[in-house]
Design a protein around this ligand. Structure first.
Ligand code: PEP
Length: 252
């Protein structure tokens, strides 16, 4: 499976900064051993998508509403993201789950809406530090997978479409500079693969599982070489084009 390196730009950047970052990623994107995806703020999706049109770099949103349209002040729908040039959308990021009290059921509804609009959902799962210390990491991730993923997530059911993507992001590793041990990452990714295969069969074997949480040029090679790690979801390091591209090179 060709790895995917996805950049989550979070709430960063002016119009000019987003354009400069997109341009630098575009310039370095040729010949990399990974596919690239960048996810700017809603405000920047259309301009970044237009700058990256015809390049090897895909564009995604960081969230979407579960409804296609309607009276939802401040929200953006999946068809709107598609119309603006996005092909993917991150859903259920821990910052959304915490800051906006998003439940697994809400994430599932959003993933259904994304697939119906022709977007590939990138659904985030991962345990808090307290949950890991209590030995509950697998149980938490199992619940999130069971309840956040719609039945059509593998692209084999309704709504039909491309397979969704999982991002395993231990909450305590996001933006902290801390990462699980390679053994722990490998174990969790193997566990996620088993759950996907049990639910989606052969399609689950072929679904990408990204690792996210303080991935940097210095640790990317070792993490990306682990079995069942099919790429990365990168926050802080994706804001520096040279670092983001170095992580993508480490996937080879
Ligand atoms: C993220 O927020 O998805 C993330 C992985 O952030 P960071 O790389 O900064 O830990």
């Amino acid at each position: 499976m060709r790895p995917l390196i996805a950049g989550n730009w979070k709430m960063h950047g002016s119009m000019a900064e987003a354009a400069a970052l997109a341009g630098a990623v575009r310039e370095g994107a040729a010949g990399l051993p990974a596919e690239l995806l960048v996810c700017p703020t809603f405000l920047h999706v259309a301009s970044v998508a237009s700058l990256l049109a015809g390049s090897a770099v895909a564009v995604g949103g960081q969230d979407c509403h579960a409804a296609a349209k309607g009276a939802h002040t401040g929200d953006v729908s999946a068809p709107m993201l598609r119309d603006a040039g996005a092909s993917h959308v991150i859903l259920g990021h821990s910052e959304r789950r915490t800051d906006h009290a998003e439940t697994d059921a809400a994430v599932r509804a959003k993933a259904e809406a994304a697939a119906a609009a022709g977007l590939v959902p990138v659904v985030c799962v991962g345990e808090t530090e307290a949950e890991r210390l209590a030995g509950q990491a697998e149980a938490v991730v199992a619940r999130q997978l069971a309840e956040s993923l719609p039945d059509g997530f593998a692209g084999t059911g309704a709504p039909a479409g491309a397979a969704g993507i999982i991002a395993y992001e231990p909450v305590w590793a996001i933006g902290t500079g801390r990462t699980p041990t390679e053994a722990d990452i490998g174990a969790l990714h193997g566990f996620i693969r088993e759950r996907l295969a049990a639910r989606f069969g052969a399609a689950g074997q072929g679904m990408r599982i990204l690792y996210g949480g303080s991935m940097k040029p210095g640790n990317a090679k070792a993490i990306l070489a682990l079995p069942n790690v099919d790429g990365g979801l990168v926050g802080g390091a994706s804001l520096v084009a040279a670092d983001f591209l170095a992580i993508a090179r480490a996937a080879g």
